[in-house]
Design a protein around this ligand. Structure first.
Ligand code: AMP
Ligand code: ZN
Length: 123
């Protein structure tokens, strides 16, 4: 029987740098891991604390998400304040870049969480 094509690349993609981090073939400064999600420090931090929360499943970005991704997305969001607190942040900013025009460079969905230097400017 012909194999069903994975929905929007939900299997891991070994050309993807974050899939390699998840698999362990590229090192990272990991701060959290469970069956579904992983979080690690951004290699080029834009603030005193800057980490990324990403699913183990290869999903490209918010544009490619659908109803089936509801739970994973809410779990990613709910993890942000827990990890931010562990990292000593009283407050933080989250950012999700989506698509080339949205400034996305790594096409494996991730939430940026950062803060800690000064009160962030209004955007
Ligand atoms: P984005 O522009 O939202 O796709 O952000 C990608 C982020 O991934 C950037 O902030 C990079 O600094 C970060 N990044 C790229 N490679 C690595 C890596 N090997 N370990 C940790 N962070 C990385
Ligand atoms: Zn990936």
């Amino acid at each position: 029987m012909k194999k069903k094509k994975a929905e929007h690349g939900k299997t891991n993609n070994m050309n993807c740098i974050f899939c390699k981090i998840i698999e362990g073939s590229i090192p990272s400064k990991k701060i959290f891991e469970n069956d579904e999600l992983i979080a690690f420090h951004d290699i080029h931090p834009i603030d005193k604390v800057h980490f990324l929360i990403t699913p183990k499943k290869h999903i490209e970005n918010l544009i490619s998400c659908n109803e089936a991704d509801k739970e994973i997305l809410s779990n990613m969001l709910l993890l942000a304040p827990k990890l931010a607190k562990e990292q000593g942040l009283q407050g933080f900013r989250t950012m999700i870049n989506s698509g080339v025009e949205g400034g996305q460079e790594v096409f494996h969905i991730h939430f940026h969480v950062y803060g800690g230097s000064t009160k962030l400017a209004k955007i």
